[in-house]
Design a protein around this ligand. Structure first.
Ligand code: URA
Length: 435
């Protein structure tokens, strides 16, 4: 194989064979193809696209580029969940203990956040002492003992994707459907669960801005999962405005805890119920959507989901007291309200911009090396459709630095669009993709 020939073939709209893709990924992982050639290939794929067969080949080649996690030591069906990412998306923190409390085993690998969408690991580290840096043996033992564990993505899982994703991130080649689908699914396939529930976001705060693209991505990932023998289902959900009200690591954890107490925002609680329903069915704990919804409600009402979160936090070195007393989570030094400068109805919120406000406050990572301030962020008091009077708070901002707070405030006010008549947000759940 000559990388040059493959680049020419793809540039001219040709279809790469499975053998060519296998060789290319093997050589790139081994450091035998320079980044400049792989960048050219990514750009050629970006413009020319990939056939379904090429996407399958790329997914499999990346999944097998490192270790395949062996979860056979865990009895029963292991279920994983993955979100394509969004602003205020703290779903895993509430959902995994809910589902585990219903008896389904959750063995999940998560990543850190980069840019304005936070990562589950950063959020979980808001529990003092919590670590996801655990080895495979401890991961398996914990899932067997308490039914849930979340470990950090190790360097040995799909290393080709790790290298390629970093390259795509700096060469403007992230937002190609086949590349996103193969990137996400290669990691999911390598991490060993039997069933995968995907939350594919759609809207201004998501990779895929239109429903059409989001459903196409969902279908592509579901096909890849099912072809690899994993029971895979995708929920397409709204990301035209932040999910729930809290944006920022510890603030999101607090909202997840409130949700496990039955006191969370309706949109967030509803998404947890929908995703949880399909996780229970995939995990064999319910036969119907109605039965699953009933079980999920019961574990919130009887407190067992909250206790499961405390058990999970403690098993991974965190302080379980912070689950019952969220004042033990990191707290910001400055807490201020952002008042509306006019009266009206909220007609639109630029979702990405709210994520960027949290990033400006120090709550996200500009580069992989950035330190994250877990305490900062925003809690929104008004969402699309709500009425607001002049001076009434649109949000409370949590900061540790006045200059950063002022930068975030200015940006925040531009992200809220007000009009004279009530607007309605689209439905939270846009559809389910099964096959
Ligand atoms: N998340 C991933 O893991 N990969 C992508 O390509 C996009 C989002």
């Amino acid at each position: 194989m000559r990388m040059y020939d493959l680049i020419v073939k793809k540039r001219n709209g040709g279809v790469l064979s499975t053998a060519e893709i296998d060789d290319m990924i093997r050589a790139y992982t081994a450091g035998q193809i320079p980044d400049y050639q792989m960048s050219a290939m990514m750009m050629a794929i970006y413009f020319r696209g990939m056939s379904p067969e090429e996407t399958v080949a790329l997914t499999m080649a990346m999944a097998h580029s490192g270790d395949m996690m062996d979860l056979s030591g865990i009895a029963g069906i292991k279920v994983d969940k993955h979100s394509t990412g969004g602003v205020g998306d703290k779903t895993s923190i509430a959902l995994t203990p809910m589902v585990a409390a219903c008896g389904v085993k959750i063995a999940k690998m998560s990543g850190r956040g980069l840019g304005h969408t936070g990562g589950t690991i950063d959020k979980l580290e808001s529990f003092p002492g919590f670590t996801t840096g655990i080895d495979a043996e401890r991961f398996v033992r914990q899932v067997n003992e308490i039914g849930v564990s979340i470990m950090g993505q190790t360097a040995d899982i799909a290393p080709a994707d790790k290298k390629l994703y970093a390259l795509r991130d700096v060469t403007a080649t992230v937002d190609n459907m086949s590349l996103i689908a193969s990137s996400i699914m290669s990691k999911k396939l390598a991490s060993g669960a039997d069933a995968i529930v995907l939350d594919v976001k759609t809207g201004s705060g998501a990779f895929m801005k239109t429903e059409e693209d989001s459903f196409a991505l969902a279908r592509e990932m579901v096909t890849l999962g099912n072809m690899a023998g994993k029971k895979t289902i995708a929920v397409v959900s709204d990301m035209d405005q932040p999910l729930g009200r809290a944006v920022g690591n510890a603030l999101e954890v607090r909202e997840a805890v409130d949700t496990l107490r039955g006191e969370g925002p309706e949109d967030f609680a509803g998404l947890c119920r929908t995703l949880g329903t399909y996780m229970l069915i995939a995990g064999g704990a319910a036969d119907s959507e109605q039965e699953a919804a009933g079980k999920l409600q019961a574990v919130v009402e009887d407190g067992s989901a909250l206790r499961k979160l405390a058990e999970f936090v403690e098993a991974q070195g965190g302080d379980p007291k912070a689950v019952y007393d969220t004042s033990l989570l990191p707290q910001a030094g400055i807490v201020e309200e952002i008042g509306s400068v006019q009266e009206g109805y909220v007609t639109k919120i630029d979702c990405d911009e709210i994520g960027i406000c949290s990033l400006l406050l120090g709550g996200g990572r500009e580069t992989k090396e950035s330190a994250v301030d877990l305490s900062v962020g925003l809690v929104l008091h008004k969402k699309v459709g709500d009425h607001v009077r002049t001076g009434e708070p649109l949000a409370t901002v949590y900061a540790n630095d006045r200059a950063k707070l002022e930068a975030a405030r200015a940006r925040f006010l531009k992200a809220y669009h007000l009009g004279d008549s009530p607007a309605s947000s689209g439905p939270l759940i846009r559809g389910i993709v099964r096959e």
